[in-house]
Design a protein around this ligand. Structure first.
Ligand SMILES: Nc1ncnc2c1ncn2[C@@H]1O[C@H](COP(=O)(O)OP(=O)(O)OP(=O)(O)O)[C@@H](O)[C@H]1O
Ligand SMILES: [Mg+2]
Length: 225
């Protein structure tokens, strides 16, 4: 049997502040198998984004163990974490996080530049992903010239360009109207479905959660009883 995509044991994240500690996650245990599609849900402030950042290695737990794609994250240096992310993970942000001065094509190419430089092959890969999200007529636009739904499609193309095993999406449809949200979800589930990719998303939307294979509900930094 292959290793789980994610295994968390006692994962805790405390933000230390002069005016008091914030316990964002308090001893979370969970296992997500390869190929699963999972929705992390729960009220605002319950720790969903914190969990996703820890899984992506963008942040470190204060305590506990986290294995992701067969690697024990606390044993990895920042460079090794960046490598793991670059080669195996794609992250989709609620607020798109596109670089405003770069074109659609350049934004999508970014994750591959450290590996491939500015090669023609790189551009071909980016264009393929841009076509996949239906933005081939917008490749030279900058983000400010796109609608919210279009910007999120660029965000998705950028997350997919490395062909990640694990896709992490933090409220990927949070800022979108119903039609744009539907088209993003269609794409997300389609790419998760092929090649058995693992998809972990956070959402406040019951409909989105219902489309995932499993829902894990959080409350106050822990899995809800
Ligand atoms: N950098 C930080 N410093 C201090 N506290 C923080 C920090 N980041 C998050 N928190 C706190 O940690 C808790 C969990 O935050 P998190 O962003 O994970 O919640 P969330 O479930 O994603 O909420 P939402 O649904 O609103 O996105 C919140 O109480 C938040 O105020
Ligand atoms: Mg959040």
């Amino acid at each position: 049997m292959s290793a789980p995509a994610v295994q968390a044991q006692g994962v805790t994240r405390v933000y230390r502040r002069s005016d008091g500690d914030v316990h964002a996650l308090a001893g979370v245990d969970l296992t997500i198998a390869m190929g699963e599609t999972v929705a992390i849900t729960g009220p605002s402030g319950c720790g969903k984004s914190t969990l996703l950042s820890l899984i992506a290695g963008l942040d470190r737990p204060s305590d506990g163990h986290l294995d992701v794609l067969g690697r024990t994250l606390e044993q990895l240096s920042e460079d090794e974490l960046a490598d793991l992310r670059r080669h195996h993970m794609g992250f989709v942000f609620q607020n798109y996080h596109l670089i405003p001065t770069l074109t659609v094509c350049e934004n999508v190419m970014l994750p591959l530049i450290p590996q491939m430089g500015q090669s023609l092959e790189l551009k071909a890969k980016a264009l393929h992903c841009i076509e996949r999200v239906g933005l081939e007529r917008r490749i030279n636009h900058i983000p400010g010239e796109l609608s919210g739904g279009e910007q999120q499609r660029v965000g998705l193309a950028r997350a997919l360009v490395t062909e990640p095993t694990l896709i992490l999406a933090d409220e990927p449809t949070g800022n979108l109207d119903a039609d744009s949200a539907d088209s993003i979800l269609e794409l997300l589930f389609r790419v998760a479905g092929d090649r058995q990719r693992t998809l972990i998303l956070t959402t406040h939307d019951r409909n989105v959660a219902g489309r995932c294979g499993r829902e894990i509900r959080f409350l106050n930094g822990a899995i809800a009883p």
